[in-house]
Write a protein that binds this ligand. Structure first.
Ligand code: NBP
Length: 475
């Protein structure tokens, strides 16, 4: 029993993580249900470090140094439960099972509670950065007990991506499901960010007639400024790519139906439960659904008319779009942090929002230059009511608001859908409105359902006798 850590599940993610551990000098036990995959990995990469392959799970467990640490990288859901059961049978109190798959945090909470009963530590861990991240340094978002992190933390931190200041992008976020929750919201923000970038592309292509090759350069320039981020960089690459078969821009030959694996949907479902308005993530998730709603699109595309007049673009349009994108992006992150804060309070996780933004600075898909600013904002004031209340972000969004309004109104006039930009601006205007039409809604609710209301001028709960003489009663 010599292995520092073990990996169960040697598909792309698992084998790359195992190699990453080994390249950092750890002895890594490896196991895969189908042994051929283990052999394949060993013959291709066995010379990269110290691996201990096992054909049987019992041998795998026996090869781990105590307290044993087994990281599961198998399909989320039933497969994960099956592997946890098998491992738990073979492990002893104090041992750790780490689930690095994309589990729903509710499942992680359930699994953690069940294993805690048996004296085992269960560490639900978000891992972001895709295949390449797993091999070269992912952002790692562990939950689980503080005790488990004492011996597990240094191993995970060693293989994690490093932020520009050298800090590992791996921090224990809180007990049980905290890590998988933060990873879920990370993915939700990713959906939102991708949608916003897609809308910027659409506005500049359809609205301003700029060709993909040119847009690729523009996104490249944007990536050198405030918008510096992995997703903008990737977009520049995608837009600059030419399809080999047709010689056309790659974006023009790709079917415009966005796929999803479900983490965006989970984020929105949970936000509805918590009552947190994550409008950017919700719009992004629905925009993907609309894009792949083939029946509705095919059945209406020739029926519904667009603008009848040509829309004049503001002279500043390209720069306007850049500013609107930045402001909308900040809203998306602000909403995601609100959701994490609400869940942290609900489940008593004690998540440090500054630590969370700090660990997204490298390795993960939403890594971006402005996460440094977000980290500073939370560190300076962890009690901020919203990220938009941090002085630096207040300035950015208020400076951008004129451009943002020009973009959203131009988009509406030109008939280009911008659910992300528009909902982010509506959220901004919602926050800055001293009076919202919710007063009318309260009146309606009291009218038809006697749901009562509060007054602006005195304490108490009131009901108006709408069907009678309309006198007001204090309840
Ligand atoms: P997959 O999600 O494709 O899972 C394949 C692995 O699961 C194989 O090792 C397979 O073993 C194993 N497995 C299955 Br399926 N059922 C099993 C069972 N009942 N018992 C034991 N093993 C079983 O692999 P992946 O794409 O590497 O992803 C692994 C995890 O990481 C997933 O939860 C995923 O959501 C998450 N994740 C993926 C990414 C990404 O970019 N792909 C990023 C972040 C997180 P076999 O070889 O015997 O069939």
């Amino acid at each position: 029993s010599t292995a520092d850590i073990g990996v169960v599940g040697l598909a792309v993610m698992g084998s790359n993580l195992a190699r990453n551990f080994a390249r950092h000098g750890f002895t890594v036990a490896v196991y895969n249900r189908t042994y051929a995959k283990t052999e394949e990995m060993m013959s291709a990469h066995g010379d990269e470090g110290n691996f201990v392959p096992s054909q049987e799970l019992s041998d795998f467990v026996a090869s781990l140094a105590r307290p044993r640490k087994a990281m599961i990288m198998v399909q989320a859901g039933k497969a994960t439960d099956a592997v946890i059961d098998q491992l738990a049978e073979l492990m002893e109190p104090g041992d750790m099972i780490i689930d690095g798959g994309n589990a729903h945090f509710d499942n992680t909470r359930r699994r953690e509670a069940a294993l805690r009963e048996r004296g085992l530590h269960f560490v639900g861990t978000g891992v972001s950065g895709g295949e390449e991240g797993a091999l070269l340094g992912p952002a790692i978002m562990p939950g689980g007990s503080a005790e488990s992190y004492e011996s597990l933390g240094p191993i995970l931190e060693a293989i994690a991506a490093k932020a520009p200041d050298g800090t590992p992008c791996c921090t224990r976020l809180g007990p049980d499901g905290a890590g998988h929750f933060v990873k879920m919201v990370h993915n939700g923000i990713e959906y939102s960010d991708m949608q916003l970038i897609g809308e910027a592309y659409d506005l500049l292509r359809r609205g301003a007639g700029i060709e993909p090759a040119e847009l690729s350069k523009l996104f490249g320039e944007w990536n050198a400024g405030e918008l510096d981020s992995y997703l903008i960089e990737v977009t520049a690459e995608v837009l600059g790519h030419t399809d080999a078969a047709t010689g056309k821009p790659f974006v023009d030959v790709v079917l415009d139906r966005a796929g999803q694996k479900g983490t965006g949907r989970w984020t929105v479902q949970n936000a509805l439960d918590l009552g947190v308005p994550v409008t950017g993530i919700a719009e992004a998730t629905f925009a993907r659904a609309l894009s792949s709603g083939v029946k509705q699109r095919e059945g209406t595309v020739d029926l519904l008319t667009g603008p009848t007049e040509k829309t004049e673009l503001p002279e500043t349009f390209v720069e306007d779009v850049r500013q609107a994108l930045y402001a909308s992006k900040i809203v998306a992150y602000a909403q995601g942090f609100d959701q994490i804060a609400a869940a942290s309070a609900e489940y008593d996780w004690g998540i440090d929002l500054g630590a969370c933004s700090a660990l997204w600075r490298a390795g993960c898909i939403i890594r971006a230059g402005f996460l440094d600013k977000i980290t500073t904002a939370w560190r300076e004031n962890p009690e901020l009511p919203s990220l938009l209340a941090a002085p630096e972000f207040t300035k950015i969004v208020t400076d951008a608001q004129s451009a943002w309004r020009r973009v959203v109104s131009t988009a509406a006039l030109a008939g280009i859908p911008t659910p992300g930009f528009s909902s982010a601006l509506a959220y901004y205007d919602g926050l800055r409105s001293r009076r919202l039409p919710a007063a009318v809604i309260q009146g309606q609710r009291d009218f038809f359902g006697s749901h009562t209301y509060k007054r602006v001028d005195r304490e108490g709960t009131f009901h108006t006798d709408w069907s009678g003489d309309r006198t007001e009663h204090e309840m």
